[in-house]
Design a protein around this ligand. Sequence first.
Ligand SMILES: Cc1ncc(COP(=O)(O)O)c(C=O)c1O
Length: 454
Amino acid sequence: MTTEISDITSDQIAAGQRAYELDREHVFHSWQAQGPFTPMTILKTEGSYVWDGEGNKLIDLSSQLVNTNIGHQHPKVIAAIQEQAGRIATIAPQHVNDARSEAARLIAQHTPGQLDKIFFTNGGADAVEHAVRMARLHTGRHKVLSAYRSYHGGTHLAVNITGDPRRFASDHGADGIVHFFPAYPYRSYFGSATEAEETERALKHLEDTIILEGPSNIAALILESIPGTAGIYLPPAGYMAGVRELTRKYGIVHIADEVMAGFGRSGEWFAVNHWDIVPDLLTFAKGVNSGYVPLGGVAISPEIFETFRERAYPGGLTYSGHPLACAAAVATITAMEDEGMVENAKRLGEEIIGPRLAQFAAEHPSVGEVRGTGVFWAIELVKNRETREPLAAYGGSSPEMNQVVAAAKAAGLLPFANFNRLHVVPAMNIEDSVLIEALDRLEQALDVADTFVQ
Ligand SMILES: Cc1ncc(COP(=O)(O)O)c(C=O)c1O
């Protein structure tokens, strides 16, 4: 165990134990069988560290649910929330509020093209729901295309749009959703041998799907610019541009879901910038204010805005543009700008994470593939490199993966794991030395994964 015991007091540990008991008695957790769930207590957070219920200091390699893009407890963001709370803690969405106006201005300044009208939501799923509603009203069409191996949120429509097993239990009632196979070179659905082949075949499949579903029925295509929880599988060269071309060709609203990839995580303000494409709608959440207060939204193109210039938009939320959340967004985006965090994320990917993960791939037989950009990386663990058999089946866990994750925690990390993958998704401002230490610790977990290679 390489974890550091911190200055956490016995009183804090006792308070954490009491919190744990109350949690198990009263808190109903997301995505869990409630009985066997044994959540980790967190007593303290700071920068790229969290302290667990026993007082162990862990490096946060997860950014929680990939949202604390500027790390924990950034003093300027905390101060901004406190200042806003002291002034106007809340106000209804129909009123003008300085924090909301400034947050919208700053977001619009960074979104690509002219996506400079901002509708605020409480998080990512409702941003997706509203983007789809806007697209349907704008086009007068109903169907929505979305990729398998994607995640778009937990609310009813968003989870039906989602292309991962979290959809299965709710896979009804959201009519008009059509899933297509994404470009995913490592596990190609098209039998492609090269990235160029994958791009060509995936685009042909997408166009065939559009034609067979009836282009005049399709309101929107929603796609994560870089799929996040589904595997950080970067689209091969030409794919995103090709998708954009198809959406234009058939008059389909292109919704780029940047809830996870946006606000610097990929080393660009928005991941679509990697391919110089401008969608019609862009959904965001998480990184916009590092998740310090719930916030999401939709950035809207001038054409779609025009649809609602004279016609009321039939949708809203009590907390749309909540002042505390918006004050946190203003401070977060300002801190990202002032401290060069997006550039730093790019550098960390190029200079530290990329090369180290390449070394993992070269030296650890359990590593099937590593891929990513900025502070947004995945390691695919396999039992066999030839067959690419994953260390846990799609949609599930496995005793082997559980041991790998346990080893990462025992080594002093808070990892992000999904099925057979470990994601390396630290804060954009993690110190170089802390990141290097985190990767050293992660390698200890890979040693465990190697023992399962057949
Ligand atoms: C790409 C993407 N879209 C939407 C969502 C849903 O966001 P939220 O959990 O804030 O509703 C997520 C959450 O992980 C996401 O990664």
